[in-house]
Design a protein around this ligand. Structure first.
Ligand SMILES: [Fe+2]
Ligand SMILES: [Fe+2]
Length: 203
C-alpha cells in the first residue's frame, strides 16, 4: 500500500472530532486503528483469563505471545507514538488545566501498564519453572491488563483526543502524521535488535 493509500485508509476509520469545531484529526485516525487491534488482543487475553478463573491452567507460551504484543505493539509502537510525538507537542501548548491533568494521567497509566507487564513476565517465569501458585499472580496481572486497556483507550477516544484536536492546525497535524510513519518504520528494526540482544545476554 502506498503512503497516500495508507493515509486515505486511516482517514476512513472513525476520526475523533474536535468537540468545538468538528474538525477531524488525521493522526488520531491512525492511532484509532491501533486501539482497535489492541482491543482484539485484550479480548483474546480475556478468554484465557476466564479459562484460568474457571480452574484451568495457562500455556506459558501464550503469556509470552501476549507480553510480546503488549510490549512491542501496544507499548513501544502505540504508546511510543503518543508519548514521543503527540504528547511531546501537546506539552508545548497552553493546555487547559483539565487537559494537562488528563495527559499526565494517561502517561502515568502507560507507566503502570509497563510495570504490570514486567510483573506478568516474572510470574510467568515462576510458573514455567514449576511454581503452581504463580498462576494466581498471572491471573491477577491479566485481570488488571484486561480492565486497564479498555478504560485507558476509552478515555483517549472519547475525551482526550477530541480535546487535543483544538491545539493543532491541519498543517501541524500532517507534520505529526509524517513523524508517525517515520516512527513506525523503525519498529521492525528495533524489535529484532531487542530479540538479538536478549539472546546475546543469555549466551
Ligand atoms: Fe495511551
Ligand atoms: Fe492509545
Amino acid at each position: 500500500m502506498t503512503q497516500a493509500a495508507s493515509i486515505k485508509a486511516a482517514n476512513e476509520v472513525h476520526s475523533p472530532k474536535c468537540s468545538k469545531c468538528g474538525a477531524t484529526m488525521r493522526i488520531i485516525s491512525f492511532v484509532d486503528k491501533e486501539h482497535r487491534l489492541i482491543e482484539r488482543m485484550i479480548s483474546r487475553i480475556g478468554d484465557r483469563l476466564t479459562s484460568i478463573e474457571s480452574g484451568g491452567t495457562v500455556d506459558p507460551l501464550f503469556i509470552d505471545t501476549a507480553v510480546d504484543f503488549i510490549r512491542v505493539y501496544a507499548d513501544r509502537t502505540h504508546h511510543g507514538k503518543e508519548e514521543d510525538i503527540l504528547f511531546r507537542d501537546l506539552d508545548k501548548r497552553a493546555l487547559s488545566d483539565e487537559d494537562r491533568r488528563l495527559m499526565n494521567e494517561l502517561i502515568e497509566e502507560h507507566t503502570f501498564g509497563r510495570r504490570t507487564t514486567q510483573e506478568l513476565v516474572a510470574a510467568n517465569d515462576r510458573y514455567r519453572n514449576g511454581e503452581d501458585a504463580a498462576l494466581r499472580d498471572i491471573a491477577e496481572k491479566l485481570r488488571f491488563l484486561t480492565s486497564f486497556y479498555p478504560r485507558h483507550i476509552e478515555k483517549e477516544d472519547k475525551t482526550f483526543f477530541p480535546a487535543a484536536r483544538r491545539y493543532f492546525t491541519d498543517e501541524e497535524d500532517s507534520a505529526m502524521l509524517a513523524e508517525f510513519y517515520d516512527f513506525d518504520k523503525t519498529m521492525i528494526h528495533r524489535k529484532h535488535t531487542w530479540v538479538v540482544e536478549k539472546l546475546e545476554s543469555r549466551a
